[in-house]
Design a protein around this ligand. Structure first.
Ligand code: HEC
Ligand code: HEC
Ligand code: HEC
Length: 419
């Protein structure tokens, strides 16, 4: 009798648990609406600025595809996911979304029909945006041209192909609130913090991730990795061996070439091009905020050097033939855009050779319609031994006491990833 009662209450508890889990995993649809079209041009312009600050087009436009029509593959450790069409097309885009449906997606990661969105869409950051900015972005998106572009089939691995499981992820990691300004800080500082923590979602790349792809708590902006690149720590930038001044940081953020640090390459390139299209005050505000952040105990410890003296002559020869035309002291190209000496760039000063190798493999592609630095890709013309020799030679110029110790393993791994 007693054991039966126990069994029944255990069964009751289990079903309550199951119902609670189901309730957590289910969200209602929000009714479709006629595409709203009555937004004034001032609001649309403000919205354009928000969409730029949020890098929406970086993920929602695929190479050669139409603006914001989706279809860009995002390769994650959990499978491949495609961005969706966020033009106002009623069938394949968000044309039937009301503002509340859009706001729910931005703050909670729920699609209009109630399905959970994967956190590759950085709603953990967008939830910190202001109501006004979300409404302005909505006005801008709804006023753009509608593009018929059906969603692509995702290829997520089990169990991550089960979308409702994202609800547990959200329960663990989705806690932010819209940011409120701190009274003791300047207006620019608060604007910078808002752009970094909210729409700019800088931590999405610049923070380390845990095993299930969430940013590690307590290590905000302490350095992460993305697509094989190191996204360096953004902490203590004013107090490094090679410190950043405010002018340097503003220029870097706006996609310019900066003496002493270089220019934004890889996944940082489109971010900086977006920032360059925003009013200069925004990059200035970001710089003010970032330069106020104190350093943390270095998590990217510089690996201790092996004492083996390396032969640098073959690297010197390769540099003279392949790179000197653009990078040598006195090369005419350098005078034209005031380009920094390579040994004074972040890529060569970093503790890891990753960003150097990635830059040489991928180059810095030209951006249609944008002036800016261009470097050819050397993936096809230099083999690993040559790249190794170049790295040894150039690193010695930047940091003679700390040669890169993990070069050949890094080269092998990055070569695999770079097609
Ligand atoms: C880092 C890449 C990335 C950025 C940046 C990004 N998105 Fe997305 N977004 C995605 C992906 C991927 C999805 C699809 C997620 C899924 O299917 O689970 C998505 C989905 C969405 C959806 C849901 C669409 C639907 O049909 O369910 C909306 C709305 C959206 N994004 C709006 C935006 C806006 C607005 C911005 C800029 C403020 C933005 N996104 C920036 C990657 C991104
Ligand atoms: C999509 C990923 C991504 C996002 C989002 C991103 N970054 Fe970066 N960032 C990188 C990578 C990768 C590098 C290294 C680029 C290189 O070496 O050329 C980088 C480099 C930088 C650097 C240079 C650091 C140094 O020590 O050389 C700064 C400053 C920076 N990012 C600021 C920002 C800010 C501010 C934001 C948000 C507005 C941001 N980043 C958003 C990936 C990203
Ligand atoms: C056609 C001109 C050209 C050639 C050739 C070239 N580069 Fe570049 N490179 C550039 C430009 C432009 C930049 C971006 C501005 C800068 O940082 O100097 C750049 C940037 C870099 C950076 C990144 C520095 C940073 O900003 O963080 C590295 C590393 C680099 N080049 C290495 C090489 C190496 C190694 C070679 C030879 C194998 C080479 N480049 C050949 C034009 C060139």
């Amino acid at each position: 009798m007693r054991s039966r009662a126990l069994l029944i209450s255990a069964a009751a508890l289990a079903s309550i648990g199951a119902i609670a889990a189901l309730a957590l995993m289910w969200r209602p649809a929000i009714a479709p609406v006629e595409r709203p079209q009555t937004f004034d041009s001032v609001q649309r312009q403000r919205g354009a600025r928000v969409v730029e600050a949020g890098d929406c087009a970086v993920c929602h436009t695929r190479p050669g595809g139409q603006y914001l029509a989706g279809g860009l593959p995002l390769v994650t450790p959990f499978g491949t996911l495609y961005s969706t069409n966020i033009t106002p097309d009623p069938q394949t885009g968000i044309g039937q979304w009301s503002l509340p449906a859009f706001e729910r997606a931005m703050r909670e990661g729920i699609s209009r029909d109630g399905h959970f969105l994967y956190p590759a869409f950085p709603y953990v950051h967008y939830q910190r945006m202001s109501q006004d900015d979300i409404a302005d972005a909505y006005a801008y998106l709804m006023s753009g041209p509608a593009v018929d572009s059906p969603p692509q089939q995702n290829r997520m691995n089990f169990p991550m192909n089960i979308r409702p499981l994202v609800s547990f992820w959200n329960l663990l990691f989705l806690h932010g609130k819209p940011l409120t300004p701190l009274a003791e800080q300047s207006q620019a500082w608060n604007r910078g913090r808002y752009l970094v923590e909210g729409p700019g979602h800088c931590a999405g790349c610049h923070s380390p991730l845990n095993l299930i792809g969430a940013e590690k708590s307590g290590e905000n902006l302490a350095g992460g990795s993305v697509d094989g690149w190191d996204a360096p720590s953004l902490l203590g930038m004013a107090h490094r061996a090679n410190p950043w001044s405010s002018e340097q940081l503003v220029s870097y953020l706006r996609a310019e070439v900066v003496d002493g640090h270089g220019t934004a390459a890889g996944p940082m390139r489109p971010v900086s091009l977006s920032l360059a299209r925003l009013p200069a005050e925004d990059a200035q505000a970001i710089a003010e905020y970032l330069l106020s952040l104190p350093a943390k105990t270095a998590i990217n410890e510089i690996p201790s050097a092996s004492a083996e003296p390396a032969d640098r002559s073959s690297g010197a020869l390769l540099f003279a033939s392949a790179c000197a035309g653009c990078h040598a002291q006195g090369a005419p190209m350098r005078d034209i855009d005031g380009r920094p000496a390579l040994d004074r760039t972040s890529a060569l000063q970093a503790a890891s050779p990753r960003n150097f190798v990635k830059t040489v493999l991928e180059g810095i592609p030209a951006e249609p319609g944008q002036p800016g630095p261009v470097m050819p890709s050397f993936a096809a013309s230099l083999d690993n031994a040559q790249l190794d020799a170049l790295a040894v030679y150039l690193r010695h110029q930047a940091s003679p006491d700390q040669p890169w110790t993990d070069l050949s393993a890094t080269l092998e791994a990055l070569r695999q990833e770079t097609k």
